[in-house]
Design a protein around this ligand. Structure first.
Ligand SMILES: NC(=O)c1ccc[n+]([C@@H]2O[C@H](COP(=O)([O-])OP(=O)(O)OC[C@H]3O[C@@H](n4cnc5c(N)ncnc54)[C@H](OP(=O)(O)O)[C@@H]3O)[C@@H](O)[C@H]2O)c1
Length: 240
């Protein structure tokens, strides 16, 4: 695949835990300016962020100064996200419902709605793309490879706007993975816990095959039943 410079020059990340830290390092290694915030004072993470080439900042600065903002905080806290500050911004939702972190939250496990659609409802004036959340942080750390590498792995993304998907696909590529477009934001449910692609550390062909199998999988059948017998529309193109 021919490489294009990613349109994202400054990447913001909300959350500096396992996922946020790995993404920050990969993005810094790719030459991006990386700004990271948590819900606490930025000085608390200043040193570990500096060590990986990123900058700690307050959430407001991260949001204001970044071309795209990755959500890498516990999904159960998504309603804390500042919808006004994030209005008009490209937001990459890497969050998943995880019982151990989020507790019992049936609202986050409703097969009628993907969790990224809930995030989009909260961030009604943002452009949400689901991405960077189906691969475990250790695989992300270990598996980043330059474009064209034979053992390159893939990361799927889902979103409603083709131009936003293109921007996020370029980011995925810059971070060291082949982007695969799963479909519209609703189809991001194919990347959530319970779906075969969740946790997948596979190449683009295998990841596409997993997405293709979703409708006949146990989770796919549950989702289709909950949605009145049909799944969701996908985009015409299945890859980038
Ligand atoms: N771990 C993985 O392998 C992995 C892979 C893919 C996706 N994910 C998803 O990524 C998200 C984070 O997972 P994780 O394993 O990295 O969790 P984690 O290690 O517990 O880190 C969570 C981070 O979010 C911050 N945070 C909490 N509330 C926040 C808020 N309102 N604004 C900004 N930052 C906030 C926390 O810092 P403070 O508490 O100090 O604010 C902490 O730095 C989850 O939704 C998870 O499902 C995880």
């Amino acid at each position: 695949m021919e490489r294009h410079a990613p349109a994202i020059r400054t990447l913001g990340i909300l959350g500096a835990g396992r996922l946020g830290t790995v993404l920050a390092r990969l993005a810094a290694d790719a030459g991006l300016r990386v700004l990271v915030a948590t819900s606490r004072d930025a000085t608390l993470i200043a040193r570990p962020m500096a060590a990986i080439g990123a900058e700690a900042a307050a959430p407001a600065s991260v949001i204001a100064e970044s071309d795209a903002i990755v959500l890498a905080l516990p999904l159960g806290r998504y309603r804390e996200l500042p919808a006004d500050a994030l209005a008009g911004r490209l937001v990459i939702d890497a969050m998943n419902y995880w019982w151990g972190a989020d507790g019992a939250r049936p609202d986050l496990d409703d097969p009628r709605t993907s969790t990224s659609e809930l995030v989009q409802q909260h961030l009604a004036r943002s452009r949400v793309v689901k991405g960077l959340g189906h691969m475990g942080y250790q695989d992300l750390e270990d598996e980043a490879h330059p474009a064209g590498s034979p053992d390159r792995k893939a990361i799927a993304i889902a979103g409603d706007a083709a131009e936003d998907l293109a921007v996020v696909a370029a980011l995925v590529d810059a971070l060291g993975f082949d982007p695969v477009i799963a479909g519209l934001l609703a189809s991001g449910i194919m990347l959530e816990p319970g779906a075969e692609a969740f946790g997948a550390d596979v190449d683009a062909d295998e990841l596409r095959a997993m997405l293709d199998r979703f409708p006949t999988s146990q989770r796919g059948i549950v989702v289709a039943r909950a949605r009145g017998g049909h799944l969701f529309e996908t985009t015409a193109d299945n890859d980038s």
